[in-house]
Write a protein that binds this ligand. Structure first.
Ligand code: ADP
Length: 737
């Protein structure tokens, strides 16, 4: 046998199983990354059916063809089930179709079934080729050229049911569809004092049902992994009645497709409707969301995730070895990782088995930490009233600082509900640290935050005020007067600065010697102690939606758009927004803009237009350069484009800060706030006075001591000293084609 080469000959990519939004972005990333490495990619149309059938169903995909599919829902190369691929004869045909085209590497985007099939195919590869040689179908020389099948798997599935990745491609988009629907139902239900029972997808996995309930004000949720107790009917009716009695005008019960009781008997949306109608005498409607959940344009997160996955899959093909286990590309926290594919498939199938055998505790454990945590938080915040009276002597104030970030209201809601439930008094400072300084602070009640989870903006107000020396003294006075003994700062740059200033002066003012916790809430993602801040996902979705429209406006022209996005001194929104919209060039404050760089970019883009390109996209972060402004760059491209294209500037503006929070921002805010309350609670109960910043580090939520704040920021710019997302600048270079 010939020596194993370090590069695949050609790569095939296919989508299989149920379609999921973001699959196209993954295919595009595979094609562009392979092209960057000088390798051809064949798109296999109609999944394994195409691989077995061959012919016109396996077609070379040029980067130019892949470039225009990023924003499309579903999968443009099609997906289909294939019985033949389940047979050895079918897989032999598939192998023949591949080697005849010089293909010996495969990227499969699908669910656990598709990935298990791919792994089997890889294991059999050498034998399949030997059988083809024996049958005289291919030559020994051809077989020798492709001694093993390189394989990389990535999960496209709306259910988010795969072990080995925190998120599957398509799940976030499905949450967007569900949450849009639930938000809409909440308003119509409230108008009529109605109850809605909503069925969402998920046969073995309650992820969509649980997270959409957490991200809206659902009254009850039924999921396969955690069947309700035997008396669930009475309990549900009691809870909904209790909600009505405290003034809730609507109730929504979310039922996962695979919901069941403790004996494994399915609980359907219809059964819940009948129960509530009979017991409560209410008008109850059922809405089955169905395939709407699969469709539509992929969310910003799915585009970014799929792009990272596709890129990493090709990198992985180069590293693949004949005897090592095939790898699955996945996400852990916010890092892309690889894990042995079949271990992930086995664990995924084990969860399904445990659900079937009614081992629900085991199922919840296998689902991982944040699943169980989310369920517990949901149970607390959806109650009709707190379990404890406010007599514990703990008075926690919530204050915002910095620009408005989508999710701020959700944070206050969770802080209020969790705090009250523990028997604490929760105060809100109006209008940021100005309110804290002036004693403009008020107590919050359980129902004061009703409906806040889905609202954009900041109900209690926020601003960029940072207290100076005099104001610190006033704040200390007010904290003493209000007997505040814990502070939750949910904000951005100014909020963190203000919190640090208070902490720094605690020796001078004993009233400031209290636990303070900062939570990252800014669209800019520019605060220290975290790889990701709340609000940025909503801003990215706003950018993606606007750029889709802007691109669409240019159908009949040849045009370069120069789109300016927010971010202050931090290029996060520009880089991730640029990757999620397929930008040709991205300008960041961290890199600045040079004349040489601009000249090279003008030449490169002009050449692409000469080759037939119709629309160009440049994403420029607002703080990239003081001289080379968005207008300057637009004029430059306009002039240099000559008759080839014209150029237009678009500044996306404050729409990025507004709008209702995305599912991701709602969910993460909820979990983070719960952790912050836990932190304050631990300090207060133990008499501690530690202060901290919560954030994602290596993908997990951790606390960093607030005293280290000055060492974690850049001296001259408003951004953290270390920014992990910058690692993806290489990816942006590859994706610009
Ligand atoms: P999903 O990938 O979403 O779990 P399926 O389980 O329906 O979806 O699998 C999709 C396709 O993958 C099947 O139609 C079949 O062609 C192939 N496949 C699934 N499981 C296997 C297997 N064990 N062996 C070979 N092929 C398989």
């Amino acid at each position: 046998m010939s020596e194993v080469k370090s590069a695949p000959s050609s790569i095939a990519v296919l989508t299989s199983g149920g379609d999921a939004a973001g699959m196209n972005a993954a295919v595009r990333a595979v094609v562009l990354t392979a092209a960057h490495r000088g390798i051809d990619v064949f798109a296999v149309h109609e999944g394994y059916h195409g691989l077995v059938t061959g012919g016109d169903l396996i077609r070379r995909m040029e980067p130019s063809a892949a470039d225009g599919i990023l924003h499309l829902g579903g999968t443009v190369i099609g997906t289909a089930r294939s019985k033949r691929f389940r047979t050895r004869e079918g897989r032999r045909e598939a192998a023949r179709n591949m080697v005849e085209r010089g293909i010996d590497a495969l990227v499969v985007i699908g669910g656990d079934g598709s990935l298990a099939g791919a792994n089997l195919f890889r294991q059999e590869w050498a034998e399949l080729l030997a059988e083809l040689v024996d049958a005289g179908t291919i030559t020994q020389d051809t077989a020798d050229k492709h001694p093993f099948l390189r394989l990389a798997g990535l999960v496209g599935s709306i259910d988010n049911d795969m072990s080995g990745t925190d998120m599957t491609v398509g799940a976030d988009t499905a949450l967007h569809r569900i949450i849009d629907a639930l938000d809409a139902l909440h308003s119509t239900a409230a108008s009529h004092q109605r109850t809605f029972v909503v069925e969402v997808m998920g046969r073995n996995c309650g992820y969509l049902a649980l997270m959409s309930s957490l991200a809206t004000a659902a009254s009850w949720v039924l999921i396969p992994e955690h069947p309700p107790s035997a008396d669930w009917r009475a309990q549900m009716c009691r809870d909904i009645k209790a909600g009505r009695s405290i003034g809730r005008r609507h109730s929504v019960v979310v039922v996962a497709e695979g919901a069941r009781d403790r004996d494994g008997i399915p609980i359907t949306a219809e059964q819940v409707r009948t129960l509530l109608e009979d017991e409560l005498g209410e008008d109850v409607r059922v809405t089955v969301l169905g395939h709407v959940q699969r469709g539509g344009a992929p969310s910003a997160f799915d585009r970014y995730l799929a792009t990272q996955f596709g890129y990493r899959a090709v990198e992985r093909l180069f590293a693949d070895e004949p005897h090592g286990p095939a790898q699955l590309i996945g996400l852990q926290g916010n890092r892309v990782i690889t894990s042995p594919l079949m271990e992930c498939v086995a664990r995924t199938q084990e969860v399904a088995e445990r659900v079937k055998s009614h081992d629900y505790d085991g199922t919840m454990k296998l689902r991982g930490g944040s699943f169980g945590e989310s369920y517990r938080i949901l149970q607390t915040i959806q109650q009709a009233a707190p379990r404890n009276d406010p007599d514990r002597g703990c008075r926690i104030a919530v204050v915002h600082g910095g620009g408005p970030a989508p999710g701020m209201n959700a944070a206050v809601r969770v802080a209020v509900r969790i705090g009250l439930d523990r028997g604490y008094t929760i105060l809100a400072a109006n209008n940021g640290f100005v309110g804290l300084r002036d004693g403009d602070v008020h107590e919050m009640g359980w129902m004061d935050v009703s409906g806040w989870v889905s609202e954009g903006g900041a109900e209690i107000g926020t601003n960029r005020y940072v207290p100076g020396a005099g104001a610190i003294a006033q704040i200390a006075e007010q904290i003493a007067a209000q007997r505040i003994n814990g502070l939750l700062v949910a904000g951005g740059w100014a909020g963190y600065r203000a919190a640090y200033e208070l902490q720094r002066h605690r020796d001078e003012y004993p009233a400031l010697d209290i636990p303070i916790v900062c939570m990252p809430m800014t669209i800019n993602n520019d605060v220290p102690g975290t790889e990701l801040s709340i609000g940025s996902d909503t801003a990215l979705n706003s950018i993606v939606a606007d750029v889709d429209k802007i691109r669409g406006s240019a159908v009949a022209t040849r045009r370069v758009f120069v789109v300016e996005v927010m971010g202050h001194d931090c290029g996060f929104l520009a880089l991730v927004g640029g990757l999620a919209t397929g930008a040709d060039r991205i300008y960041l404050p961290e890199d600045g803009i040079t004349l040489d760089g601009l000249t090279a970019d003008v030449h490169a883009l002009t050449a692409r237009f000469r080759g037939g390109k119709r629309v160009g996209l440049i994403v420029r972060s607002e703080g990239s350069d003081r001289v080379y402004t968005t207008e300057f760059i637009t004029s430059l491209f306009q002039k240099e484009g000559g008759g080839l294209f014209d150029a237009r500037a678009e500044t996306l503006g404050h729409a990025q800060e507004g709008g209702n929070p995305s599912p991701f921002d709602r969910i993460q805010t909820t979990i983070m706030t719960a952790r912050c309350m836990e932190f304050l609670s631990e300090q207060l109960e133990a008499g501690g006075r530690a202060s901290a910043m919560i954030g994602f580090q290596s993908g997990t939520l951790r606390f960093t001591d607030l005293t280290s704040y000055p060492t974690l920021i850049e001296e001259d710019a408003q951004r953290p000293a270390e920014q992990r997302w910058m690692d993806n600048r290489d990816l942006a270079l590859v994706m610009r084609g």
